[in-house]
Design a binder for this molecule. Structure first.
Ligand code: T5A
Length: 220
């Protein structure tokens, strides 16, 4: 019987999480695995409304603590509606961002007490942690160029280079502190190459949880 298994993709804006998450989702489905895909903030009625509110570039003066709590409210709802039930029935959950985003962006990025951020995360997730978090890493200048390509920066993307550098450093620090639960992926390579590397990281985890077909020699 397969066990529930949660994989989170983290990293700065423009690192390619959404692109890679979609490709991973398709690949898993091609192999008979039906993952539950969650994006943060979002994936619930409340989360999508909070997303619009938090990222609105015209939103006046949302303070760091309020911002953290808004993201946390979206997370609490996503865990309750999607993540916990899916893990409970033994499904694979793919998260485009999870609790570490608040640690990196509101904690190390904005200066909200990191212990407080972690403690709120602990409460709202019931101590749930991804089995594996893959941090997609690109230098901030590369990410900024990718974001510029699509225009219309949101409230958080508009923050300065120093902010984005703190966020990147925070993610690198998380990987370094806990190599058992985090993997760092160089996301500057072309999309197919990054996807190959991501699959190579995810496949053994899924096999260990009973989600991967035994005869995989012909499966790519
Ligand atoms: N946030 C979120 C917090 O501050 N605290 C929190 O607790 C949470 C949960 C979410 C924002 O909220 C913040 C973080 C964010 O600022 P969002 O729009 O969902 O807003 O932001 P992201 O999750 O970062 O999504 P992005 O779309 O900005 O970045 P992605 O998903 O990393 O990148 P992706 O795949 O959309 O790609 C961006 C562009 O790069 C190209 C793509 O084609 C696309 O044009 N690209 C590549 N180009 C070249 N080579 C590659 N390998 C490429 N990969 C992608």
């Amino acid at each position: 019987m397969a066990q529930g298994c949660m994989v989170a993709l983290e990293g700065g804006e423009g690192s390619g999480k959404t692109t890679q998450g979609r490709l991973l989702d398709t690949w898993l489905r091609d192999h008979g695995i039906q993952p539950v895909v969650v994006r943060e903030p979002g994936s619930t009625w409340l989360g999508e409304r909070l997303r619009t509110l938090i990222l609105d570039p015209s939103a006046p003066g949302i303070g760091p603590e309020a911002e953290m709590l808004l993201f946390s409210a979206a997370r609490a709802q996503a865990v309750r509606e999607h993540v916990a039930p899916a893990l409970g029935r033994g499904a694979v959950v793919l998260c485009d961002r999870f609790a570490d985003s608040s640690v990196a962006y509101q904690g190390y990025g904005l200066g909200v007490d990191v212990a407080f951020v972690r403690s709120v995360n602990e409460q709202i997730t019931g101590g749930l942690r991804p089995d594996l978090t893959v941090v997609l890493d690109v230098p901030c200048e590369v990410a900024a160029l990718r974001r510029a390509g699509r225009g219309g920066a949101d409230r958080i993307e508009r923050r300065g280079a120093d902010y984005h550098e703190r966020v990147r450093r925070a993610y690198l620090g998380l990987v370094e502190a806990c190599p058992a639960r985090y993997r760092l992926l160089d996301a500057t390579a072309p999309v197919p190459q990054v996807q190959e590397a991501l699959r190579a990281i995810v496949r053994p985890l899924l096999r260990g949880r009973g989600h991967w077909p035994d005869c995989e020699a012909d499966l790519r």
